[in-house]
Design a protein around this ligand. Structure first.
Ligand SMILES: C[S@@+](CC[C@H](N)C(=O)[O-])C[C@H]1O[C@@H](n2cnc3c(N)ncnc32)[C@H](O)[C@@H]1O
Length: 394
């Protein structure tokens, strides 16, 4: 893992001009960071449908970009992980009650991995939500589960469901950053955390090291949800690295999203091209040189059209809109969308490498504390792109 980390660290630093940017903003000018290079010529030659196809096929992106970015050849094997070989758990109808489709697939896949690699005499489910995973672990292992969760209504719901199913689950309501940890942690526990965001999974790891937990199975997500401005490296090699990541750069690995189907894509196209079109309008007509962040917008508002979107945004932000050629700005927004999507293809090749850098930092930290660590993809990316499982045991 240290060798992988060191190689990846070096390659990410070497290639940082290729990923350390925001395609949304970079698309403002026809002259962008790749202009005048063979890579830009390749991007220019892509049709809308080429871009669409590539966006859903990261291995083709690697292949097609390699002539322009030879480092990708070294990077690709560093981000490959074993796929989980254990079959997802079979659940009876009771256990699956109330668990939405994709969540159910994630939970049965992760549950199966955690059970296979189990060590210790009980479970701790960290940031449990309604405790779906905890109930499944309690049912299949017969061992006690402590489900730790911040939101009281979720605790109540989860506890009632566990009682109904006669499962040995105890919810503890608390704040991960300020909890009565002596009453939460003990060294017999195998802690599981499915999609505990940013600082939440880090706080679990730190407490787990203090209490020397028997094992941890963590599927991290939302790396940018942290209190500091920059990522705080955990392991020695990452602390020594020159690679610093701001909160907005921590969002880059999360750009790798599951396609939501044609309707979701159409909606995204409309929203993004409207936002970009309005940015062009504000720059040209009001002389605003900085991007003006516009709040999130409802689908029903977007459906009214570009002019209405601009009026809505102007009202929210207190701008006076001039009389102008709105259609022209709408078209400029659509052109920028196409440019943004092409630029995103380059960054896309670095989504997983950046995520792997973060995952390896956490893994090395666990190793430094005497744990054996292995990494797998616990489910397919189409179920959740946050599909990396860090498993650590004493
Ligand atoms: C993304 S959800 C994951 C829930 C569950 N593990 C699952 O996969 O269904 C994150 C959970 O963390 C909880 N949470 C957020 N902040 C917390 C805190 N400070 N302490 C404990 N839990 C917290 C949220 O209420 C939410 O239930």
């Amino acid at each position: 893992m240290l060798t992988h980390f060191t190689q990846l660290d070096h390659l990410l630093l070497k290639c940082q001009h290729l990923w350390r940017f925001e395609p949304f903003h970079e698309s403002h000018s026809r002259q962008h960071r790749f202009s005048g290079t063979p890579l830009a010529a390749w991007l220019d030659g892509l049709s809308v449908s080429d871009v669409h196809t590539l966006k859903h096929d990261v291995s083709s992106v690697y292949q097609q970009l390699q002539p322009f970015i030879p480092e990708l050849k070294e990077i690709e094997p560093l981000v490959e992980l074993e796929h989980s070989s254990s079959p997802p758990l079979e659940l009876n109808a009771h256990l699956a009650t109330g668990i939405p489709g994709r969540k159910l697939e994630q939970i049965t896949a992760m549950g199966s991995q955690a059970l296979l690699a189990h060590s210790g005499g009980e479970w701790l489910e960290w940031c449990a939500g309604k405790g779906f995973l905890g109930r499944i672990l309690a049912h299949h292992s017969g061992l006690a589960v402590t489900s730790f969760e911040w939101q009281q209504p979720l605790c109540e719901h989860g506890q009632a469901e566990a009682h109904k199913q006669n499962l040995p689950v105890t919810f503890v309501q608390g704040d991960a950053f300020n909890c009565d940890h002596q009453n939460v942690f003990n060294k017999k526990q195998h802690a599981v955390a499915l999609h505990a965001c940013g600082d939440l999974h880090v706080s679990l790891m730190k407490h787990a090291m203090d209490y020397q937990l028997a094992a941890l199975s963590i599927a991290p997500c939302c790396y940018h949800l942290i209190q500091d401005d920059h990522y705080q490296a955990l392991s020695r090699p990452a602390k020594q690295s020159a690679l610093t990541l701001s909160k907005s750069e921590l969002r880059i690995p999360l750009q790798e999203t599951v396609t939501g189907g044609e309707r979701v894509e159409r909606h995204r196209y409309q929203e993004m091209s409207y936002r970009l079109g309005l940015d062009e309008l504000l720059r040209a007509e009001l002389g605003l040189s900085e991007y003006q962040p516009i709040p999130s917008v409802k689908k029903s508002q977007l459906q009214l059209g570009f002019v209405e979107f601009c009026e809505w945004a102007a009202q929210r932000k207190g701008f006076e809109l001039p009389v102008c050629d709105f259609l022209r700005y709408q078209k400029l927004g659509e052109e920028r969308f196409a440019r943004m999507e092409k630029l995103s293809l380059v960054q896309m090749a670095f989504h997983r490498p950046l995520e792997m850098w973060l995952i390896l930092d956490k893994s090395l930290y666990l190793q430094e504390h005497g744990y054996q660590v292995y990494l797998t993809e616990f489910c397919e990316k189409k179920i959740t792109p946050r599909n990396i499982l860090i498993h650590a045991s004493k």
